[in-house]
Design a binder for this molecule. Structure first.
Ligand code: NAD
Length: 319
């Protein structure tokens, strides 16, 4: 009897290589609100979603054989984990699959804002040849302050060292082993805010990090400094950032994530000066989408074939 897997939300089926042997049968239905999806869900052992499908307790009522849910990505706020645990369903995510993609986008945002690349491109496309307005600054010799040095922050730091930057870190949860591994001084938040030329945020969204960079934190930054946020919207207070950019108390910023996504068409962020905006593209690479699909598929395969629950986010709540 084959193990049946249902993939939705345009999960990269090319990444589902762990299911390629004869023990598995994969069905892909992108519209999880369709009757076809509900019918298929009632017969599968594994479900793989991205962020669009909300895996609710009602949905799980119709999934009598389901043993594993895989979120092809990091955030699992679209999966009702307590409801899955109550039914003995393991929930997996793919925390590492998009680390490189997010780190590379972050460095791209740093260069974009430091060298005015998007604004210069828009100016040129508008028919101008304006070199004076877009004189930028270099990364070499500057100090990068990382707020959060987990998977992505560490990768950003390594890339910035290669640019000849000095890297300092604020992350109160690093173990002594990690501190000795990352080879960059770990310091307090105020020191990062006051001394860094570029500040890049890589923390999870939590009650502690919501609004972490508000008007008080922004006022401690140098007026020549740049702020990059490709972590989660809401870590930076958007109103305070707009004000800091308008008043020139920081030099520039770049955001990939927003309090409300999609960003509203009338958001003041769209009108703020020296601000580069991208529509949550951190994990939007072919490689990352393959990577996260493979990562959850490996975990679901191990669960279905070997009963391996250790990697489940709700492992402690499963029988
Ligand atoms: P991670 O868990 O590996 O690292 C997070 C780090 O933040 C940890 O080292 C933790 O100790 C630290 N931290 C927690 N609270 C902190 C606080 N109050 N102050 C300072 N540091 C704190 O996570 P990651 O995989 O590196 O992801 C970082 C962020 O990037 C997450 O919010 C994730 O959702 C986001 N992300 C965004 C995209 C995107 O598309 N833009 C893609 C992937 C991940």
């Amino acid at each position: 009897m084959k193990h049946r897997i249902l993939a939705t939300d345009k999960v990269s089926t090319a990444g589902l290589t762990p299911f390629e042997d004869s023990q598995f049968e994969v069905t892909s239905i992108d519209d999880s609100s369709s009757a076809e999806f509900a019918e298929a869900l009632s017969q599968v052992d594994g479900l793989i979603v991205r962020s669009a499908t909300k895996v609710t307790s009602e949905m799980l009522e119709g999934a009598g054989q389901l043993k594993a849910i895989g979120r092809a990505g990091v955030g699992v706020d679209n999966v009702d984990i307590p409801a899955a645990s109550a039914k003995g369903i393991a929930v997996f995510n793919a925390p590492g699959g998009n680390t490189n993609a997010a780190a590379e986008l972050t460095v791209g945002l740093m260069l974009s804002t430091a060298r005015n690349i998007p604004a210069a491109n828009a100016s040129l496309l508008a028919g101008k040849w304006d070199r004076a307005t877009f004189r930028g600054v270099e990364l070499r010799g500057k100090t990068l302050g990382l707020i959060g040095a987990g998977r992505i922050g560490t990768e950003v730091g390594m890339r910035c060292l290669a640019f000849g930057m000095n890297v300092i870190v604020y992350d109160p949860y690093l173990t002594q082993t990690r501190i000795s591994e990352i080879q960059s001084p770990v310091t307090d938040l105020d020191n990062v805010l006051e001394s860094a030329d570029f500040i890049s945020i890589h923390v999870p969204m939590s009650d502690e990090t919501r609004g972490l960079i508000g008007s008080e934190a922004l006022s401690k930054m140098k007026d020549t400094a740049f702020l990059i946020n490709a972590s989660r919207g809401g870590v930076v207070d958007e109103g305070a950032l707009v004000q800091a950019l308008k008043e020139g108390t920081i030099a520039g910023a770049a955001l990939d994530v927003y309090v409300n996504e999609p960003l509203q068409s009338d958001s003041p962020l769209r009108e703020a000066p020296n601000l580069v905006l991208t529509p949550h593209l951190g994990a939007a690479t072919h490689e990352a989408q393959l990577g996260v699909a493979t990562e959850v598929a490996e975990k679901i395969r191990a669960l279905l074939l070997e009963g391996a629950k250790g990697a489940a986010l709700n492992a402690a709540d499963l029988d």
